[in-house]
Design a protein around this ligand. Sequence first.
Ligand code: HEC
Length: 114
Amino acid sequence: MLKKILPIFITIGFAYAQMDLTERGKQIFMKYNCNICHAPTDDAASVGPSLETIAVHYLGNERKLVDFLKGDAPPIIDPQRFMIMKPQLYKTKHMFEEDYRALAYYLTSVHKNQ
Ligand code: HEC
């Protein structure tokens, strides 16, 4: 019996943990007003790349994204317009490790939860 239901609990628990991470990441994203320049999809006219585009470049490479947010890695999407993004990094330069994980997860989450 336990053998049968245990995987179900593990699956639910895992899904819940991921949801939590996305939610936390979204909170940080909104708190720092990142949404002013970053829209969810490419349809909207926005100053910065959409979360869709960010996901295309960083999905599976969240470690690199965290390095970028820490100011330790160069931009890879639109280096010519980095001067607009650069001043924003002061907001993300000194966060808790867990918050980097959440923000990076959210930034690449467009297709993760569908
Ligand atoms: C004033 C507008 C603006 C705000 C606010 C802003 N960004 Fe950006 N962002 C940009 C622009 C423009 C680019 C494109 C330049 C680049 O690729 O670095 C960019 C690029 C990025 C990239 C891609 C970096 C790469 O590899 O090229 C990430 C990730 C990102 N922003 C995250 C964030 C986060 C997180 C916040 C909130 C703390 C934020 N941005 C706030 C304008 C903004």
